[in-house]
Design a protein around this ligand. Sequence first.
Ligand code: MCA
Ligand code: AMP
Length: 512
Amino acid sequence: MSHNLFAALRAAFPAALDGIAIETDSGLNYSWADLERGSAMMANLLQSLGLPDGARVAVQVEKSVEAVVLYLATLRAGYVFLPLNTAYQRAEIEYFIGNAEPAVVVCSSANFGWVSKIAFNAGTQNVFTLDDDRTGSLLARAAHCSDQHAAAIKQPDDLAAILYTSGTTGRSKGAMLSHGNLLSNARVLKDYWGWRTPEQGGDVLIHALPIFHVHGLFIAIHGALINGSKMIWLNKFDPKRVIEKLPEATVFMGVPTLYVRLLAETGLSRDACRNMRLFISGSAPLLIDTFHEWTARTGHTILERYGMSETAMLTSNPYQISQGGERRGGTVGFALPGVSLRVQGEDGQSLPAGDIGGIQVKGPNVFQGYWRMPEKTAEEFTDDGYFKTGDVGKIDGDGYITIVGRSKDLIISGGYNVYPAEVEGYINELPGVAESALIGVPHPDFGEVGVAVVIAKPGAVLDAGGIIAALKAQLANFKIPKQCFVVNELPRNTMGKVQKNLLRDEYKDLFV
Ligand code: MCA
Ligand code: AMP
C-alpha cells in the first residue's frame, strides 16, 4: 500500500473535477481537474530528469497557484520539496543550497542570474524559473509532458519536505518531514477543526499566508485539499481585500499580525463575517487584547493553536465545547489527538499541573530528524523519544496548555523566526564592531521585533544607521533590527554572559 501524501489529498478531491478548487485575486479559476492535470504534467517533467531517489526540489518563488502545483507534483513524483522564503538573499540561499544539495532548483526569472550560479556551483543540474504570472521555463517544459501520472509509491517514513529552521541552537537545520508526518496531521486537523466536506455544505478558505512555511503550505493547503474545499487565493496579504472576500468564505488562518491589521480596518464587522465558521491563529503568541477585541468586533472567538516546523501542529483550542471546553484566550488549547505532550522540569521529571517547564512532544507528526545532522537530532530528543520543543509552558488543571516563553534564543516577528545568533554573527563581522546583542521587544504590529545593541572596538566610531544599512545588503528584510543602539557596555552576569533579559527590560517600551 502506498502512503503518498499527494495520493491521499487527491482522493479527497470532489467527484466533479470541473468545480472550482482555487479562485485567485486576479480573477482566475483553477478547477480540481487543473490541479490534477497540472501536477501530473510537472510530476512527469521531474521524473523525466532522471533524478535519484530522495532528490530535493528547492523552490524560491513568489506565491502563485503554479507554485502549489509544483509542490503537489514533487510529492506526486516522490521527491522532496524544499521551500525557501522569498526574502532570503545570496548568503542565505548559498547556505541552504550548499547544505541540501538539491537536484532541482526553481527560482523567479528576476533572480535566475545569481541563484543559478549558486546552484550550478553546488552541483545542481537543473534550474528552472517560475513567475507569479504563469510564465517561466518550468511551465514551458511541463507543457510538453503527459497529463497522466501514477503517484510514486511511498512509505510513511519517506521524506516529503525539508523545512529549514534553527531549532534551539546554531545554524539553520533542515527539519525532515515525511509523508506520514504530514498526512497524519492533516487528517487529525480535518476532524478536530470540523471541516465540512462539499456534501456537508462545504468550506471556503481564504488563503492569505506565504507558502514557504508550515502554516501557509501545510496547514492551510492540506486542510482545504483533504476536505475538497475551495480556496480564495491572495498572493499577498491585504487586509482590505480579505475583508471584501470574508462574506464568500467560511475559514481564515493567520498569524497574529494579520488579525491586528484586520482589526485596524473599519470594514471589519459582524456583517462581513456573517458566513464565517472559523478563525484560526498561530505561529506566534496571540495577545489577549487582540483575542477579546476580535470577539467584540466580529462575534467570533479566534481558535489559537500551536506548532513547529519540526512537528506541524501540536495543540489546538477546541473547535466545539464537546472537545473539552471553550476556546481560552492566552492558551494554545489541548494536545491534539495522537500527540503526547508533557512539561518537564530541569531534573527531567514531569511537572504537576500549573508548574512551568520545558514542553516535550511525541507523536506521528514529529519529524524524522535534522537533515544530515544526526548528533543535533539526538540532542533534541529525550531518551524515551520525546522531542524537546524549546518552548516553555504549563498545563492547567483542565488540561489547557499555555506557552509562557522559550528556552531557545528566538524572536518571532510577524510570524517569521529571527535567530539572534545569526544576526549577531553578521553584526560582529562589521568593521569597528566589538560585540552585539539582538533582543526581541514588544511591537504593536509584528508582536515582537529585533533591536540591536552594539559595542564598538576601542577607538572605533560606529553609526547605528550604517549598521542597519550594511545588514540590509546581506540578510532577509524581516531579520533586520528595527533599531540599533551603540552603547559603551553590555550587562553581564558573573560568568560574563550578556544578560539579554536586562536589555529586553531596558528597551521594552521602544515601540509601545
Ligand atoms: C515584513 N516586514 C517585517 C515582517 N514582514 N518585519 C518584521 N517581521 C516581519 N514578519 C518588514 C519588511 O522588512 C519591510 O521593511 C516592511 O515590513 C514591508 O515589507 P512587506 O514584505 O511589504 O511586508 P508585509 O507584506 O506587510 O508583510 C507582513 C506580513 C508578513 C504579512 C505580516 O510578515 C507575513 O506574511 N507573515 C506571516 C509569516 C508566516 O506565515 N509564518 C508562519 C511560519 P522595510 O520597508 O524596512 O524593508 S510557520 C510557523 O511558525 C509554525 C509552524 C506555526 O505554528 O505555524
Ligand atoms: P517555526 O520554527 O517557524 O516552526 O516556529 C515554531 C515556534 O513558533 C514554536 O516553537 C513556538 O515558539 C512558536 N509558536 C507557534 N505557534 C505559537 C502560538 N500559538 N503561541 C506561541 N508561540 C507559538
